[in-house]
Design a protein around this ligand. Sequence first.
Ligand code: ZN
Length: 160
Amino acid sequence: MSNKFCPQCASALVECVINSEIRKACPLAECGFVQWNNPTPVVAIIVELPEGVVMAHNVSWPQEFFSIITGFLEAGEDPAECAVRETKEELNLGCSSCSLVGVYPFEQQNQVIIAYHVAAFGEIKLNQELDAFRVVPVDRLKPWNMGTGLAVAEWLAQQR
Ligand SMILES: [Zn+2]
């Protein structure tokens, strides 16, 4: 997210070219703050049950929009452990295996997606972030062309 003021000295930030990109920076040389705006890593999880892949609806999303599970890393957390933890927290499912699918840019959200496939077991119980889910048979899964959809497309290609 973009700040207007320097978090170190409260000066108004100015735009300047640093390392060949336009960035917001503090005009005070003795402060030297630069807003690098680095992407945030997000862990995305293709949660597969015997019946298919779990697509869930977040309470804040448009009604028709469903996606695979996502979550943010805790400080120091292994992304694979995050995938297992989020599967438990968001869906109340256990994991019998967890493997890396790939890493994908998501420029629109300034994120980098680290995608895992989890073979899951148990009965789905949604946490408070989610209010609906569908279990989509693998042969009916249709990937979307950005963000987590890139991970789903690659995973589907690996299945064939
Ligand atoms: Zn400053």
